[in-house]
Design a protein around this ligand. Structure first.
Ligand SMILES: [Zn+2]
Length: 131
């Protein structure tokens, strides 16, 4: 996503946000859409079955490079989202981003700045500090 697309999205959200002007409404919708995103992923496992989760304890790894560490640490996930589940997950993530943009608008924060700051932080952190 280009910077100007992100800015345009945030402006669109500001223009559309009439019903949920209160910060309290925005915060509760932000939490609700986060839960709905998690639920849509869970339903891909439990209702559809296109994804499977098999989880266990993660091994301790002393690997010092990303590729070795990536192989040692399990995602606990197998399969791929089917078209239907992908549509639902993407839609729920979109709604979540809508309310994140709303929170940014209310606090006069540019989403672009949030991403830039986080990206800078990631590039200065070591491999094992990403949590
Ligand atoms: Zn599915």
């Amino acid at each position: 996503m280009r910077d100007h697309q992100l800015d345009r999205f945030q402006t669109q959200v500001a223009e559309l946000l009439l019903r949920h002007r209160s910060v309290l409404d925005v915060l509760s919708k932000l939490q609700e859409t986060s839960a709905r995103t998690n639920r849509s992923i869970t339903k891909a496992v439990t209702n559809c079955g296109c994804l499977k989760v098999q989880a266990g304890k993660q091994p301790f790894t002393s690997a010092s490079n990303f590729d070795t560490a990536k192989d040692a640490v399990d995602t606990h996930l197998s399969g791929d989202l089917c078209e239907h589940c992908r549509d639902v997950v993407v839609s729920e993530m979109g709604k979540h981003l809508f309310y994140l943009a709303s929170a940014c608008n209310l606090l006069d924060i540019h989403m672009r700045d949030v991403i830039e700051k986080e990206s800078e932080k990631l590039s200065t952190l070591g491999l094992f500090n990403m949590s």
